[in-house]
Ligand binder design. Structure first.
Ligand code: MG
Ligand code: MG
Length: 257
């Protein structure tokens, strides 16, 4: 039997635990697919939340977002300059908007968590470049999810992609360990130095989530609703996230459909 805990006391998930985490990840992937399909000019963010709720109910899962510190919905819907934690509601999406959807699910007590950003209808080339860079930063970090690599390798992979594109990234938000709770140790920073920090072991599962600010700075502020985080400079933001396993033979994205 392999050691139950990896370096830093971070749990290494057993095959049985991973079965549940894959199931939770599949529910999250289905929520993403259904919501992506529905995004168009004229739809409200509340309608997208309803669709996410329907998937959770259909799969007999539960939401790890609804009720989290009082959060009132199963998805976060963050539009344009909103970086993360936007509350779904009566806002109507318009042609050219960017929307980030972050959501999660619990199956048999095990959590999944993932986010994507997409355009509403036709968007500018510059907005598309922001989305593509968020996806590229996430993909670069996923490639570091190998035994012996470090959290610094992950953060550095993200930072390099984001900086090269000329974008910024908020310092106060980061990825996280995930398992029996949505947010577990360790913090997974979106910046770092290659080779530094906690070394990864197979069986560890992390939620990796680069957040990008088009204006190139890292400043954000919180709206009066107590949740929505917006860019301080009013520029566009993008967010991409997957729940990822350090597999025996390389990275495995648990929240991919
Ligand atoms: Mg998330
Ligand atoms: Mg997360």
């Amino acid at each position: 039997m392999a050691r139950r805990f990896g370096r830093g006391g971070i749990p290494r998930r057993t095959p049985e635990e991973l079965r549940h985490m894959r199931a939770a990840g599949k529910v999250v992937a289905e929520m993403h697919a259904v919501i992506r399909d529905a995004v168009r000019p004229g739809i409200t963010t509340a309608a997208l939340d309803r669709l996410g709720r329907d998937v959770i109910e259909r799969r007999r899962a539960t939401s790890n977002f609804f009720g989290y510190h009082g959060f009132p919905a199963v998805i976060c819907a963050s539009v344009n300059d909103e970086v993360v934690h936007g509350i779904p509601g009566s806002r109507v999406l318009e042609e050219g908007d960017l929307i980030s959807v972050d959501c999660g699910a619990i199956v048999n007590g095990w959590h999944g968590d993932a986010a994507f950003t997409m355009g509403v209808g036709t968007i500018t080339a510059e907005a598309q470049r922001l989305i593509d860079t968020a996806d590229a930063a996430l993909a670069a970090a996923v490639q570091q999810m190998r035994s012996g690599r470090t959290l610094g390798d992950l953060g550095s992979a993200i930072e390099v992609v984001v900086a090269k594109a000329g974008y910024g990234s908020p310092r106060d938000f980061c990825g996280h360990g995930i398992g029996r709770a949505m947010h577990e140790d360790p913090d997974v920073e979106n910046r770092g130095r290659a080779g530094k920090g906690l070394a990864l072991d197979s069986g560890m599962v992390l939620a990796i989530e680069p957040m990008l600010i088009a204006g190139g700075r890292d400043g954000v502020r919180l709206l009066d609703d107590g949740w929505t985080v917006v860019t301080a400079d009013g520029s566009l933001a993008a967010h991409a996230e997957h729940t990822v396993l350090v597999g025996e033979h390389g990275p495995e994205i648990l929240t991919r459909g």
